[in-house]
Design a protein around this ligand. Structure first.
Ligand code: GDP
Length: 445
């Protein structure tokens, strides 16, 4: 995401490197280039204007800093203004004082509402809630079915009209769902509503009817980031027709430009609360303006990476791994496999690497990353006997041939894996050594 803008801004900043002091002409030229970068990213014009004016004003007024050179000063200003445009502080979901909290989803058809209902369900459940997903989209023939499927995947309950009962009245279904949630002790209700292909007065009135029936604590406007600046017009129509308290950006994974993300908050005055980055239920997170700005500027998003790692490696596993480091038995291929599987749970490797600082410079390499490499490596280890996994030294050439045949790879690939593992083992040994940990003999027996 945001590749176009990141690339452009990176060029603007490189042009400033090595300059001793910025003249007014330098600042004007830089502002012009940033303006082009934002326009190319499909950012709405009023937002571009506000952004550029703020950057110019602050760059002119910036006191001469001992600590930062002019390029760094401009980056700092742009970073702060990006955070501001993206919403400043992270906006958390507001729960009702009295259960259930009602969250209504609204947006165009295909924007990703039903998928989002599943993602939210999963996320809420992980936060300790008992959500109920409500199928108030009775327009699309398959919508109820689709919601039941995502609810099943998320492991949460669903409330829908009985199949075969005709089309039904979505406002009635929505209203009934709240009573049902009270009776069944669900503390958060997520109401999925019918989308529309374009702005359609009748469906907008239906959404408003559902809103009045369920009186949501949060109404989330769901918008496909790939439609760029059109998101702004759609958002305005929904703001006027239904009203909303927060925005969810979907399909950020397919959005190279970032126009919707950078415009929608400024234009509607409502914060972006969540972001979806793929079709899987796990491709979803709270939206943090600060982290997003950092990513756009190629400064990485280490905080998100750490959070994902915490979710993937549970405490017990981490402790066991730490224990391995200090034990004589050391780090084995079995541990290597376990780590790989945990990393795999964190999502596509290219996404993970993309969150590291400097990822902007390795875009081409990131495109080459193939998650199947990891699966192949796992398959190789799985073809080893338990003894081989614990003591890799015994894997001689005939064993290598057997392992290659078993996992459907070449012997060269088995050799490469064993080499990589030996290096990882050595690194683990050095790390433990430099931490002054006792008992670090040779890693494998
Ligand atoms: P609805 O009509 O608003 O309920 O939209 P759906 O939830 O049915 O989503 C429409 C399509 O977009 C489906 O094929 C989803 O799998 C896909 N989709 C939803 N969210 C994302 C996302 O964040 N990234 C990608 N790549 N696809 C998504």
């Amino acid at each position: 995401m945001f590749e176009t803008l990141s690339d452009r801004l990176d060029k603007v900043f490189s042009g400033l490197r090595g300059k001793g002091r910025l003249t007014d002409a330098d600042i004007d030229a830089t502002a012009r280039e940033i303006r082009i970068a934002l326009l190319e990213a499909d950012v709405a014009l009023p937002v571009v204007r506000a952004f550029i004016n703020a950057v110019k004003e602050r760059a002119r007024g910036a006191e001469v800093s001992q600590a930062l050179n002019p390029a760094q000063q401009v980056i700092k200003i742009v970073n702060e203004e990006l955070i501001e445009i993206l919403g400043g502080e992270t906006r958390r979901l507001r729960y009702a004082k009295q259960s259930p909290t009602v969250i209504m989803l609204a947006g165009l058809q295909g924007s990703g509402k039903t998928t989002l209902a599943g993602k939210l369900g999963r996320w809420l459940k992980a936060q300790g809630h008992t959500p109920l997903l409500v199928a108030a989209d009775l327009q699309r023939p398959n919508a109820v079915n689709q919601l039941s499927i995502v609810a099943g995947q998320a492991g949460v309950d669903v409330f829908a009209p009985e199949p075969g009962n005709g089309i039904g009245d979505p406002i009635r279904v929505a209203a009934d769902s709240i009573d049902h949630a009270r009776r069944t002790m669900h503390d958060v209700v997520v109401v999925d509503t019918a989308g529309r292909l374009g702005i359609d007065a009748e469906l907008m009135a239906q959404a408003a009817g559902i809103r009045d029936a369920v009186r949501p604590d949060e109404t989330l406007f769901v918008v496909d980031a790939m439609i760029g600046q059109d998101a702004v017009t759609t958002a305005e129509a929904f703001r006027d027709g239904v009203g909303f308290t927060g925005v969810v950006l979907t399909k950020l994974d397919g959005d190279a430009r970032g126009g919707a993300a950078l415009s929608v908050r400024y234009v509607t005055g409502q914060p972006i609360m969540f972001a979806s980055t793929g079709e899987k239920l796990t491709d979803f997170d709270v939206f943090h303006p600060e982290r997003m700005a950092s990513r756009i500027l190629g400064m990485g998003d280490v905080l998100t990476l750490i959070e994902q790692a915490e979710q993937a490696f549970d405490a017990e596993q981490a402790e066991k791994m730490a224990g391995k480091l200090v034990s004589r038995e050391g780090f084995t291929l079995e541990d290597f496999l376990e780590q790989m599987m945990a990393i795999r749970k964190m999502g596509p490797i290219a996404n993970l690497l993309g969150m590291l600082p400097g990822a902007g410079q390795m875009k081409e390499q990131l495109k080459q990353v193939d998650d199947r490499d990891l699966d192949r490596t796992a398959a190789i280890i799985r073809s080893m006997t338990p003894e081989e996994r614990v003591n890799s030294k015994i894997i001689n050439s005939s064993r290598r041939v057997r392992i290659a045949n078993g996992s459907g790879v070449t012997v060269t690939e088995v050799n490469q894996l064993l080499e990589r593992f030996a290096q990882a083992q050595k690194m683990m040994g050095q790390m433990a050594g430099s931490m002054g940990l006792p008992g670090m003999g040779p890693m494998s027996k």
